[in-house]
Design a protein around this ligand. Structure first.
Ligand code: UTP
Length: 470
């Protein structure tokens, strides 16, 4: 077929996909060159027009969380106070067995745009090691290698990227010997995208005459993206039963935490989430609650202040459980979710999105003009027949890098301080002296936890300068 004939037939196909409602996406077709046509065609083919139509027409039916929140109760949870030595031992043993027998894999989601951090590469490439300068990706890979060493087993590592992070992430892994991981147990896969939609007209926005304004479809896009890879089927065949989920911006997470996995198994949970006690009522974390008999998360922006501030007789917060986005999912459960991806709701965010108007003129609004649609991974929790909530200490599990250096919260500085704080505590518990002015960092292959630090240190040491235990 000639190039011209091919282009005509593809135009007919694209027109059919867009339908009359979105045919404006092709209005600059005649002025595009062959490459641009190819690119625009590929974007149009991957748009879920039906999903968008459904979503826009369900606008008025969308969930009124501020009303529902009145019914929210604290979740049933394994709280810190419930974590007796014998429970920790039992759960640790159960989790360790599952890991050692190859039943666990880990997924790291790293598809976000990281706009708040203001770093021009994938967030995973941001240097965060307080002494070593290791990147976020390297910290996670090392933590997983620490688990592999401890349990003498290969643990598959899945990394979800997005359109802007995929290529540089692949190059970064390739150029750095896959961060010490065996390539046959490494799967980098790309999540899907959703177009930005004009908040007034409902039209899909274009960021140039040949390209649609697309952004990643949220961390909940993991379900659709995983389904595409076929990995869940492979996991089933390999006997992998649990997927440990973490986000690239939190290097304090312990890869494949055996106690969390053990508690998940002992409870017969399909979806387990680790939480921390909120520091104050209006803290900007999702609230894990029990609502209509289900474990659910209400975003901080949807929780009315008077409800957030409700307290128990002892003054503690009634809705205390803050989401830190560390989960364990059963592979069976994820397979079931994959069959009903459309049941996972979209969340809408109003954002200022640059676009070209119908005359091809670039517009850069300062105020939010567009709706972005994203799925959130925590919306899987209410779909589980059995979900479990487990409390952790923030100082041991949660130090996200969200905002740029110098911002008030969740910055590279606060994250580094948390990493140093935890490792300093491990060394002190092992009887060592650590000068408060010094930074310390422990590589997980040197010691993966407090227990291993104790064993490694042997005789107490004095640490009076920045030290990297590697
Ligand atoms: P955030 O919600 O903090 O978003 O993502 P972000 O993109 O990293 O940062 P901002 O909001 O633009 O500043 C939490 C985690 O979920 C991943 C991110 O990579 C991060 O690990 N994520 C987010 C995805 O993998 N895909 C997405 O579509 C969104």
């Amino acid at each position: 077929m000639s190039l011209q004939a091919e282009s005509c037939s593809s135009l007919e196909e694209l027109k059919a996909l867009c339908g009359s409602q979105h045919d404006y996406l092709l209005s600059h077709w005649d002025s595009l060159d062959a490459m641009q046509r190819l690119g625009l065609g590929a974007q149009i083919r991957q748009i879920d027009f039906d999903g968008i139509r459904r979503e826009l027409s369900s606008q008025e039916k969308s969930c009124d969380w501020s009303q529902l929140a009145h019914k929210a109760e604290p979740p049933e949870a394994v709280r810190l106070a419930d974590r007796t030595d014998s429970l920790i031992q039992q759960a640790g043993h159960e989790g360790a067995q599952a890991i050692a027998s190859g039943q666990v894999a880990m997924v790291l989601v790293a598809g976000g745009q990281g706009t708040r951090l203001g770093f021009d590469q994938p967030k995973g490439m941001f240097a965060i090691g307080p002494v070593s300068g290791r990147t976020l990706f390297q910290m996670h890979a090392d933590s997983l290698r620490g688990a592999m060493k401890r349990y003498g087993v290969a643990i598959p590592f899945l990394v979800m990227t997005g359109p802007s992070t995929d290529q540089p992430t692949r190059e970064y892994f390739a150029q750095n010997s896959n961060l010490g991981l065996d390539p046959k147990d490494l799967l980098i896969f790309e999540q899907g995208t959703m177009p930005a939609i004009d908040a007034t007209t409902g039209r899909i926005l274009m960021d140039s005459p040949s390209s649609i304004a697309l952004s990643p479809d949220g961390h909940g896009g993991i379900v659709r993206a995983l389904a595409k890879t076929g990995w869940l089927e492979e996991a089933r065949q390999r006997g992998i039963r649990h997927l440990f989920y973490a986000q690239v911006d939190n290097p304090l997470v312990r890869a494949c935490d055996p106690v969390l996995i053990g508690l998940h198994r002992l409870a017969g949970s399909q979806a387990t989430t680790q939480v921390v006690e909120k520091r104050f009522a209006t803290e900007k974390v999702g609230n894990v609650v029990k609502l209509d008999g289900k474990t659910q998360i209400i975003e901080y922006s949807d929780l009315p202040e008077e409800i957030a501030k409700q307290s128990n007789p002892d003054g503690s917060l009634k809705l205390w459980a803050g989401n830190i986005a560390v989960h364990v999912f059963d592979v069976d459960f994820l397979e079931r979710c994959c069959q009903s991806v459309d049941a996972i709701p979209f969340h809408r965010a109003r954002k200022a999105v640059a676009y070209v108007d119908e005359f091809g003129i670039a517009q850069a609004p300062k105020e939010p003009n567009a709706i972005k649609l994203e799925r959130f991974v925590f919306d899987l929790l209410p779909a589980a027949d059995k979900a479990l909530v487990v409390e952790a200490l923030a100082a041991e599990a949660f130090a996200p890098v969200k905002n740029a250096i110098g911002s008030p919260t969740d910055t590279p500085e606060t994250c580094k301080a948390a990493l140093v704080g935890l490792h300093r505590q491990w060394l002190k518990n092992a009887g060592s002296y650590v000068d408060e002015a010094c930074s310390v960092e422990i590589h997980p292959m040197w010691a993966w936890d407090q227990h291993e630090v104790q064993a490694k240190i042997g005789k107490p040491v004095r640490i009076e300068s920045d030290t990297y235990f590697t």
